[in-house]
Structure formats: C-alpha cells, structure tokens
Design a protein around this ligand. Sequence first.
Ligand SMILES: CC(C)(COP(=O)(O)OP(=O)(O)OC[C@H]1O[C@@H](n2cnc3c(N)ncnc32)[C@H](O)[C@@H]1OP(=O)(O)O)[C@@H](O)C(=O)NCCC(=O)NCCS
Length: 194
Amino acid sequence: MSSTYFKRFRMESDLGTPRTVPALPPGYRFVAWNEAVIDVHARTKFRAFRAELDAIVFPCLGSLDGCRRLMREIRGKSGFLPAATWLIARGNTPESLQWCGTIQGVAERGGVGMIQNVGIVPGHRGLGLGRCLVERAVAGFRMHGLGRASLEVTVDNARAMRLYQQLGFRRTRTVYKVVDAAAAESALEPVGAL
Ligand SMILES: CC(C)(COP(=O)(O)OP(=O)(O)OC[C@H]1O[C@@H](n2cnc3c(N)ncnc32)[C@H](O)[C@@H]1OP(=O)(O)O)[C@@H](O)C(=O)NCCC(=O)NCCS
C-alpha cells in the first residue's frame, strides 16, 4: 500500500495589537453562528473544498457527508467559539441567496484560537472574502481574550499560504500528513448540484 506525505505548516499570529476587520465588498454580508446554520456551514465547506488540494489531504472535505461529520465534530468541541464562526452570504431573497464562505474557530489551551477550515466558494474568490473571514474569526478570538491565533495549512496551497502570510501568520512548526494513496484517489466526489 503506497502513501503520500503532505507537508503542512502550523502558523500563528499574535493578537496583542488591535486590528480591524476589512469591509466586505458590496452585496456580501456576514452571517453569525446559530445552531440552525450548521448544515449551511457543511454545504459551503464542501463546495469550497471539493475540488481542492485539501480534499486529498483530508478526504472528508471531498464529500458532503464528510463535511457534515466534520461540522458536528467541530461544533461538539468544548472550545467551540460561535464568535469566531461565520458565514458570508450574498443576496437577500430566497431566489438570489448564495452562501459564499465559511470559517470556524475553536479555543485551545494556552489562550490560542485555532482557525478550522476557511473556505470561499469558487466564483467568489479573489475579492477579499477570505481575508475578511479570517479577520472576523480573529476578532472573535480577541473578544474572548485569546492571545494568539493559529492554523494549519498545506504548504502547496499557494493561495492560502499567501493569504495567511499577508495577515501576519508565521510558521511555528512543520508537520506531515500521511494519506493512503487509495483514499486520496477516491477523495474527490463527482461535482453535483447542492
Ligand atoms: C484560500 C482561500 C480561502 C482564499 O480566499 P479568497 O477570498 O480568494 O482570498 P482573498 O480574496 O481574501 O485574497 C487574500 C489574499 O489571498 C491571496 N490570493 C487570493 N487569490 C489568489 C490567487 N488566485 N493566486 C494567488 N494568491 C491569491 C492573495 O495574497 C490575496 O491578497 P491580495 O488581494 O493582496 O493579492 C480560497 O482560495 C479557498 O477557499 N480555497 C479553497 C479552500 C482552501 O484551500 N482553504 C484554505 C485551507 S488552509
């Protein structure tokens, strides 16, 4: 059985200095956490990750069921932070409503806020939404008195690496994720309507 190794960085940013959440582009809005939106987070996560490198590194991200399991797991963590868990939506009528981005945050020991998966649905990328979501989660961490924000990123994910570096995240550790080659191959579900 063959395996693939993916190099990942753990990155951290100090939250000592106050920072502002950039304004969303016109037409977009943040939607706060409540229990009713757990499945919206799962579906948005799936649509953001299903064709991406991280769906190979973490096969659960490549299936809707996997994203639902992951959301239940994140929601069930003792450190789950609603104030660092956000959606971005566009459109005000049921017909025009689009879910564009998702992020979740969890408080860990030692005053660290861990960003879970930040994902922007294709078609809404490159507009600054990813930056806004990360800063919104970071503001939630600060509100809870956390001193540092942390995340893990696959080094080959150039867009994400660039985003985090620009937001002041710096590498603190290198880790390797081992993925069974067969699991990696079956990770990407055919793209269907949601
Ligand atoms: C990574 C991701 C969240 C970025 O979201 P985004 O909304 O497109 O990012 P933004 O528009 O806020 O861009 C912020 C920075 O990201 C980088 N970036 C965004 N799009 C880029 C692209 N196509 N190429 C290179 N860098 C890019 C740039 O540094 C950009 O800063 P700039 O505007 O000054 O150039 C998005 O591409 C995504 O959801 N990818 C799939 C899921 C994923 O891999 N998530 C990260 C898990 S760790």
